[in-house]
Design a protein around this ligand. Structure first.
Ligand code: MG
Length: 375
């Protein structure tokens, strides 16, 4: 990492002034025997291509990273804050600092620790996810177990991942598909007035199955159903979030008539949402950053399966740190859309590998991730 890329330091006065101007460095713990040293850093991930969704376009994403160290063992976690839910890298860092006292307790009791973190306040799911990852990374390393083994999963059942194509001019989107020739399935961002032109352009350069994600971008249920019907003929196999999140009755109307599965993304945040939205969708897209971490994602997968929903694990724009945590859970799911780190040109971590489109989990304990943004 180049020093200038590092936007915040928590281990000392610099970070503390980032979080609380003028204060003493209280977020840095001394790290003595039995104590947990907590360090936070903000880092700007640069995107290989501009990332376009129905609600905006980005060239960088600023994420927040936490490092905990106790008894000589390090645990790491990542927060990719979701602006739609009012989160920023700074709000994530502030929440992590607020949670530091919880990390001074017994880390092996990670179920209780997560409950205590959750009880600190509503929202800030990305920060909660970072803390959960760091806890599990630390515990996994102490037990000598990779994350997938801690949850009784088989690394050999890790999924292949789709590759996401953000909204752009059609020739640019076609180039992105050609660049990603190793992938067997593409997830195309739609929800614009140019959707037909976009999908015809994509279909002109690949005959592989396509997933689409409208990100709440279509206005009416009739318009959405007409598009979905047209897309089904084009070889689109799944549509994510065709209408705004709260329009559940209209989404249910689409579900009853659609020839291809309708998945919830924005309509769903955490486990308690699942029973309420289950009747209106065929499947759900679970993301660590959206739900608050690995433990909550495992609970959600169990609940979704019990309610007969198809299960997808997705991601935000994240480094290999966050994606490695999600990839370790992929054996629990039917579809993985875990390519956020592949869209980044300055990934400061190494973890899960992608061989063609196959996620290959590490045998190393914890998240199996190396690297860092902390100085
Ligand atoms: Mg989505």
């Amino acid at each position: 990492m180049k020093r200038k890329e590092f936007l915040g330091l928590a281990a000392g006065a610099a970070a503390c002034s980032l979080l609380h101007p003028g204060c003493k460095p209280r977020s840095a713990r001394p790290g003595g025997p039995g104590e947990t040293r907590v360090t936070v850093g903000l880092f700007e991930l640069r995107l290989r291509h501009a990332w376009g969704l129905s609600r905006g376009t980005w060239t960088t994403r600023r994420n927040c990273f936490v490092r905990i160290e106790r008894d000589g063992v390090v645990g790491m976690g990542e927060a990719a804050p979701i602006a739609r839910y009012g989160e920023t890298a700074e709000s994530a860092a502030a929440f992590i600092e607020k949670a530091s006292p919880v990390l001074q307790k017994d880390l092996f009791e990670y179920l209780d620790r997560w409950n205590e973190i959750e009880a600190l306040g509503p929202g800030e799911h990305a920060a909660k996810s970072a803390l959960d990852m760091a806890l599990l990374d630390w515990v996994g390393k102490r037990h000598g177990l990779p994350l997938w083994k801690m949850f009784g999963l088989a690394a050999g059942k890790a999924l292949t991942t789709s590759f996401s194509i953000g909204i752009d001019e059609v020739p640019v989107m076609q180039d992105k598909v050609r660049e990603a020739a190793d992938f067997g399935v593409y997830k195309i961002k739609v929800g614009t007035k140019d959707d037909r032109k976009i999908l015809e352009g994509i279909r002109a350069v690949t005959d592989k199955p396509l997933l689409t994600d409208a990100n709440e971008g279509w206005a009416s249920r009739e318009e959405a159903l007409e598009m979905i019907d047209w897309m089904a003929d084009l070889g689109v196999v799944l549509v994510e979030q065709p209408l705004p999140s709260t329009r559940l009755e209209d989404l249910g109307w689409i579900k009853e008539r659609s020839r291809i599965p309708i998945f919830a993304d924005e309509s769903l945040i955490e486990a308690s949402d699942i029973p309420r939205i289950a009747p209106y969708f065929h499947g759900i897209n679970i993301k660590l950053m959206k739900c608050g971490g690995v433990q909550e994602a495992v609970r959600m997968a169990g609940m979704g399966r019990a309610l007969g929903l198809k299960l997808m694990i997705g991601c935000m724009i994240e480094s290999s740190l966050g994606i490695s945590a999600a990839a370790a859970l992929s054996p629990l799911f039917e579809i993985a859309d875990l390519d956020g780190h592949l869209l980044v040109s300055n990934d400061p971590f190494r973890g899960v590998r992608t061989v063609k489109d196959q996620l290959v989990l590490s045998d190393e304990p914890g998240l199996g991730v190396e690297g860092g943004v902390w100085q």
